[in-house]
Design a binder for this molecule. Sequence first.
Ligand SMILES: Cc1cc2nc3c(=O)[nH]c(=O)nc-3n(C[C@H](O)[C@H](O)[C@H](O)COP(=O)(O)O)c2cc1C
Length: 310
Amino acid sequence: MEGVTDAPMRAVQGGVGAFTFAVTEFLRVSHAVPPRHVFHDHVPELRSGAVTLTGLPVQVQLLGGDAGRMAASAVRAHELGATAIDINFGCPAPTVNRHDGGAALLRHPKRIREIVSAIRAALPPSVPVSAKLRLGWDGIDAIHENAAMAAEGGAAWLTIHGRTRVAGYAPPIHWSPIGKVRERLGLPVVANGDIWTLDDFRRCRDATGCRHFMLGRGALADPRLARRVAAELGLVPREEELSEPFDWSSQLRQLVDWSHRFDMMQSDKNVSRLKQWLRLASQFGNFARFDAIKRTVTVSELFAALEHPA
Ligand SMILES: Cc1cc2nc3c(=O)[nH]c(=O)nc-3n(C[C@H](O)[C@H](O)[C@H](O)COP(=O)(O)O)c2cc1C
């Protein structure tokens, strides 16, 4: 998630011990193949085997509309240590779409095939290439042709967010077309969108028949969700349900620590980073004290407000 799941956040999420892999924020490929330092800044994990220092494998996500430059960028990412490449065909941001990237490609199914197959052909067979899609630009039925094109291009699996570009993040979420794609293509499909609770997860699993799931905002809004889901999938042992409130303070301190280690938390203005997480948790999770921290100005003020409520 752009602006959210950067390297420090991926390290924190790796520590949760529930995820199979993380995907980077998208790296935009526009007029040129990004230079090496851009890859290293964007994906510092490339220096440690494309795995976070907390043990979570990381896939590099590329976004762009030019098949040749996308393929050359994938090759560069691989030379620098990337072990899997994901292609973003879902980003709804108007600037990105105006420049022929993200969800804009959903209106051009053959170009999806062209981009996936150019990247596939440029990489050794051992490096999987996957595609992240929304259901369509303005209609949910477009997913069938777009997904088929990505599969024809050689995608090893697809991740599908059950909304169109036009829908943005508005309800409803459409899980059942994701299941239909899985049935038709016989390819692994990762179901994504609006899994906020264990109950949502079960409904998504029932609606899609999928065995693979991507948690985005839900994993941040409720940091206990990912382990619950992983336990339900038999990936980690089932834990006793804890009744005490989640320890936000120690979770956020981990993000601060990792940010310092990546040299990314240069000043107290990064308090906004912590507020961003807590805002999500107050909107969509159980964090009830956003009012107490929202006016804090420094990281230490925020922790003081969190740890010693007035
Ligand atoms: C702030 C934000 C940034 C995002 N950035 C990306 C991105 O870089 N690449 C991507 O594939 N999806 C991105 N997404 C979409 C999410 O990966 C996911 O598909 C979407 O949020 C629905 O899943 P969720 O309900 O579990 O969050 C982003 C979403 C948000 C809210």
